[in-house]
Write a protein that binds this ligand. Structure first.
Ligand SMILES: O=C(O)CCC(=O)C(=O)O
Length: 387
């Protein structure tokens, strides 16, 4: 189905079927590629250049969004995560164990999803065919705060049967459900998409479990405290393409790639290409927004509402948003940013209540009632689409 023609040692032109030249790629990976082969943890000069690229002094950004090397012990990792979660709510993990080659393949498959499928092929797996908020969203179908977001995306979610919940007829969710099957692109069009994605999901779940174990230590809990809540972790992932902002936009729609929000679950880990100046956070008590730019081979991480609840707001679920990319920040051959957030979240039927010791540590009054994670998720996802 694919024909490849090498035109130099660095670039490859691909064609699909009879369609001439569909796209340019760099060394068989979707461009831009994150410095393949570099050892990020030891490449501090490169990290410093990345930090400078936001226009902030190193020390400012370092204290804003820490870079956490996961090769340290669980004890040390717990302390680092604790520091990040009690301050900024965002951090970047490196040396996380997900092979660079798998990250590159996942980004490549995501890029192919957007570039190789026709609108009709995307519509065939549209979220509008799903009763459980899974599938493809063409530009503007995803909504945040009532405004259409400037991105297209595919949403995939755990198919755990724990999401089959019988609700009373007076429940506001009575006709809604998160339980369902994912919609995958036709394997004849993208033969490696599903197996690469499933391999990536497995790898991300392993990182998620390690974060949880370290997190329990950082919180001073039993290291196994969170395990029963994650034996069937209800993960979700999005593959997102943000096209560059266009100047001929007529209304308020598409102002943002994603509007301001907090995440719903526990830990989000974002794999993205190296386009800068898009993801922004607003720290507690501050009105200005700060860029969080990618670091080679790193996942940008943040914590979500469930960890804030468990810790009675000792850990903050930080508001963030995504600006539409500027052409000047994109790779010369591209007009977009690709981002793949992986949401590592508790079992669907986990009931999350503030943990006694943490209510005390937080010095806050008891802030939250118990909530089933699935109910929180359904309340949010049921408002996310305008189809
Ligand atoms: O694309 C990104 O950098 C972040 C996306 C995001 O915030 C989300 O999907 O919740």
């Amino acid at each position: 189905m694919f024909r490849s023609v090498a035109i130099s040692t660095t670039f490859t032109i691909r064609a699909v079927g009879a369609t001439p030249i569909m796209m340019l790629r760099y060394q068989n990976y979707a461009v831009p590629v994150l410095r393949l082969g570099c050892n990020v943890a030891s490449d501090m000069n490169y990290q410093k250049r990345c930090l400078h690229s936001t226009g902030m002094a190193d020390s400012t950004l370092e204290s804003t969004v820490p870079i956490i090397d996961m090769s340290m012990s669980d004890e040390e990792l717990g302390k680092s995560i604790h520091h990040a979660c009690t301050t900024v709510g965002f951090f970047i993990i490196v040396q996380h164990g997900v092979p660079e080659e798998l990250r590159a393949r996942m980004l490549q498959q995501a890029r192919l999803l957007f570039s190789e499928l026709t609108l009709e092929e995307k519509e065939a797996i549209s979220v509008k065919h799903s009763n459980s908020y899974r599938g493809f969203q063409t530009m503007g179908v995803n909504v945040t705060n009532g405004q259409r977001d400037g991105h297209e995306a595919l949403d995939l979610v755990s198919e755990s049967t724990r999401a089959i919940v019988t609700r009373s007829s007076d429940s506001k969710f009575k006709d809604l459900t998160n339980y369902g099957q994912n919609q995958w692109p036709d394997s004849r069009l993208l033969p490696d998409f599903r197996n690469t994605t499933e391999e990536f999901i497995d790898a991300m779940q392993a990182v998620g479990l390690r974060l949880m174990s370290a997190c329990s230590r950082g919180l001073g809990l039993d290291p196994h405290f969170f395990e029963p809540y994650f034996d069937d972790a209800y993960w979700s992932m999005r593959m997102i393409r943000y096209p560059v902002d266009s100047e001929d936009r007529m209304d308020d729609d598409y102002d943002f790639g994603v509007g301001e929000h907090t995440d719903y679950g526990v830990f989000t880990m974002i794999l993205c290409d190296d386009v800068k100046g898009t993801l922004q956070i607003r720290r507690k008590g501050q009105s200005e927004w700060t860029n969080v730019d990618p670091v080679p081979n790193g996942f940008i991480c943040n914590l979500g509402d469930m960890l804030a609840r468990w810790s009675n707001n000792l850990y903050v679920s930080t508001p963030h948003r995504v600006l539409r990319p500027q052409k000047s920040n994109c790779h010369p051959l591209q007009n977009d940013r690709i981002s793949i957030p992986f949401f590592f979240d508790p079992n669907y039927d986990s009931v999350i209540s503030p943990i006694g010791e943490l209510v005390e540590k937080s010095k806050n009054p008891l802030l939250f009632d118990p909530i089933m994670y699935g109910d929180h998720l359904l309340a949010k996802t049921s408002k996310n689409f305008m189809v």
